[in-house]
Design a binder for this molecule. Structure first.
Ligand SMILES: *[C@@H]1O[C@H](CO)[C@@H](O)[C@H](O)[C@H]1NC(C)=O
Ligand SMILES: *[C@@H]1O[C@H](CO)[C@@H](O)[C@H](O)[C@H]1NC(C)=O
Ligand SMILES: *[C@@H]1O[C@H](CO)[C@@H](O)[C@H](O)[C@H]1NC(C)=O
Ligand SMILES: *[C@@H]1O[C@H](CO)[C@@H](O)[C@H](O)[C@H]1NC(C)=O
Ligand SMILES: *[C@@H]1O[C@H](CO)[C@@H](O)[C@H](O)[C@H]1NC(C)=O
Ligand SMILES: *[C@@H]1O[C@H](CO)[C@@H](O)[C@H](O)[C@H]1NC(C)=O
Length: 568
């Protein structure tokens, strides 16, 4: 069964990005029959990333020691536009096996598509799914699905109670039927009632509509949303969860205590960015208020400053951590995606927790991914003089994990910058890797060709802003490929690290056409998709570089070849 599902996946994945009609983020594809992948040469297929076709994350969860990943795909293409919940399971979040789709259109309340949603584990270890269905009037409604057989460890079959839909947009409740989707994992208040939020908007105000229920079947809309924010447009895939204030452990979604803060994340349909705030959940009023200084719009904090969308977290009760999963689309053209035969992958799952400052989250690839590391190469402590490039050899640079730490002894050459109001992404595109500076650019050149004609540069620059130093992190794709027909946007973020007292670390997970980078121990993350023409397979090289005038010291550099994960 597994292989036939995958077969479908590859066949229909060619459609992703074949933009015909775009309805929210849910593309409808026509002319399905004429599109077939013709290429067998696949330098860009990843080896250790979960990579089906188009996948939004639905509801990841763990049940009796098995991780479940549900993702969105369209087995019948746009001809029907029927989005289903594809289903894979894993015991380590690295190796996966696929099952038949868990939820597919079968009742009036989802007959035109089964869109995103979330899993909630009810007391007694009973998982249930709330998801958005598209009904015969093309309205977005919320439905419930429950496992048919709780003794099946893979929970392969799901049934839909006759009470569906449980939440419907009506003239009475004033909800726009085209802007009402993606229910979150529900949480239970001290009063025993369940709460869930659903992404929506009112004119340009993005909003998290709140519903409550005593029995998970009968849901009553609250008068007030949990939260909303002006000029942010439609909120997709909202996520709302507590984080511990004094531990990197995760906490279950219903935990409310003085030792947690809350995080609200929205995926913005208008800009395709996600942002989150850190704040307080006032349980008595069912209101969430971001902390002062936590920017509540598209310019706020992001999980990832590169490509990353429709992400979702879940509480991993087996390992006491909260895990973030995100979907990453291609940067290649539609024609290229058709040639490749697939489009869209899953980021490496990340552990996520609140930083000591309480101002932001920190993310780190799940420890299980380190099982794939082999052929370790270490560089001794090395002075990287201004203008130098050194190769890190002995690993397969097209499929690698690399960690490096930099130490700065002399900060006098930092350029002056008034960082207030500066967009770091714009600054990174003005000052790419080839623009020499004082302190920086220094960092890594990944998926680079031997002569550096092709390179993806992930680097830092240090600026002096009045009495403090500001660290900029960039991912520069401008020279990533000779191919002209690609999105080579440069990404950037400020990293909340003090370079006087702390080392500056960078980790990059490289997998043929994806580079996921973690700066400052996971305080700023950036994911890029790149498609080099020379730097493929054994033609790919890894370098450390410094294009500033001032030297920096590499105190540690370790790199590994990554083995292939088993994904069936
Ligand atoms: C439920 O699943 C278990 C384990 O796979 C199986 O032994 C049992 O026969 C199933 N029950 C039904 C009613 O299908
Ligand atoms: C409802 O949402 C749709 C999709 O964004 C939009 O086109 C439409 O104008 C909205 N209707 C109202 C009454 O706001
Ligand atoms: C975290 O803080 C809470 C509240 O201040 C306290 O009760 C708890 O013991 C602390 N936990 C740890 C691991 O320090
Ligand atoms: C997918 O990628 C394209 C091109 O790189 C970008 O313009 C678009 O916004 C992306 N979509 C999402 C949902 O991230
Ligand atoms: C920095 O820039 C901001 C906004 O552009 C401005 O208001 C502020 O006066 C500037 N500060 C200094 C020290 O120049
Ligand atoms: C360093 O800067 C020089 C001059 O701008 C440029 O030619 C070179 O490509 C840069 N090196 C890297 C690794 O970008």
């Amino acid at each position: 069964m597994a292989s036939s599902v995958l077969g479908l996946v590859w066949l229909f994945s060619v459609l992703f990005g074949y933009g015909v009609q775009v309805e929210a983020s849910h593309h409808l594809y026509r002319n399905l029959e004429s599109l077939q992948s013709t290429s067998t040469n696949q330098p860009y297929r990843t080896s250790y990333h979960f990579q089906p076709p188009k996948n939004w994350i639905n509801g990841p969860m763990i049940y009796k020691g098995i991780y479940h990943l549900f993702y969105q795909y369209n087995p019948f293409g746009a001809v029907w536009g029927n989005i289903v919940w594809a289903h894979s399971t894993s015991t380590d979040l690295v190796n996966w096996i696929s099952h038949d789709p868990a939820i597919y259109p079968s009742v009036p309340s989802d007959i035109n598509g089964c869109w995103s949603g979330s899993v909630t584990i009810l007391p007694g270890d009973k998982p249930v799914i709330l998801y958005t269905g598209i009904d015969p009037q093309k309205r977005q409604v919320q439905n419930l699905a429950v496992p048919k057989n709780l003794s099946d460890p893979f929970l392969r079959e799901w049934i839909k109670p006759p009470q569906n839909p449980l939440m419907t947009p009506t003239a009475m409740n004033g909800i726009n039927a085209s802007s009402f989707r993606d229910p979150t994992t529900a949480w239970q208040g001290p009063d025993g009632r369940w709460r869930v939020i659903i992404g929506s908007k009112r004119r340009r105000r993005g909003t998290a509509i709140l519903y409550r229920s005593k029995d998970f079947i009968h849901w009553i809309k609250s008068q007030h949303p949990l939260h909303s924010s002006k000029k942010t447009g439609m909120w997709e895939c909202p996520d709302f969860f507590p984080v511990s204030i004094n531990s990197t452990n995760g906490v279950d979604t219903s935990v409310i205590s003085p030792s947690v803060k809350h995080v609200l994340k929205a995926s913005l349909d208008d800009t395709k960015h996600e942002y989150y705030t850190v704040g307080t959940y006032y349980q008595d009023k069912d209101k969430y208020i971001p902390d002062r200084g936590s920017v509540d719009d598209d310019s706020g904090l992001r999980y990832d400053y590169g490509k990353y969308y429709a992400s979702k977290t879940f509480f991993d009760s087996a390992e006491n951590r909260r895990i973030l999963l995100g979907w990453i689309n291609e940067s290649s053209s539609v024609q290229q995606d058709i040639m490749k035969g697939w489009s869209g992958i899953q980021a490496i799952p990340r552990s996520i927790w609140l930083d000591k400052t309480g101002r932001q989250l920190v993310q780190w690839p799940i420890v299980e991914i380190e099982k794939l590391r082999s052929n370790r190469v270490d560089l001794p402590s090395t002075e990287l003089k201004g203008g130098s490039v050194i190769e890190v050899s002995g690993i397969t640079a097209s499929q690698a994990d690399v960690e490096v730490s930099f130490e700065l002894s002399e900060l006098g050459k930092a350029e002056a910058l008034n960082s207030s109001g500066v967009n770091p992404q714009v600054l990174c595109s003005q000052k790419g890797a080839s623009v020499k500076g004082g302190l920086g650019p220094f960092g890594l050149l990944v998926l680079a060709s031997k002569g550096l004609e092709e390179q993806t540069a992930i680097f830092f620059r240090i600026f002096k802003d009045q009495n403090r130093y500001v660290v900029l992190m960039c991912s520069d794709q401008s020279k990533s490929s000779f191919d002209q027909d690609l999105d080579k946007t440069t990404y950037g973020a400020f990293v909340d690290v003090d370079p006087v007292h702390e080392k500056l670390s960078l980790r990059s997970l490289i997998d043929h056409s994806i580079v996921e980078s973690f700066g400052g121990g996971g305080k700023a993350c950036m994911t890029a998709r790149v498609y080099p023409t020379l730097a493929i397979n054994n033609g790919a090289h890894l370098y450390a570089f410094n294009n500033g005038t001032e030297g920096v010291r590499i105190t540690r550099l370790s790199a590994w070849t990554m083995k292939k994960a088993q994904i069936y």
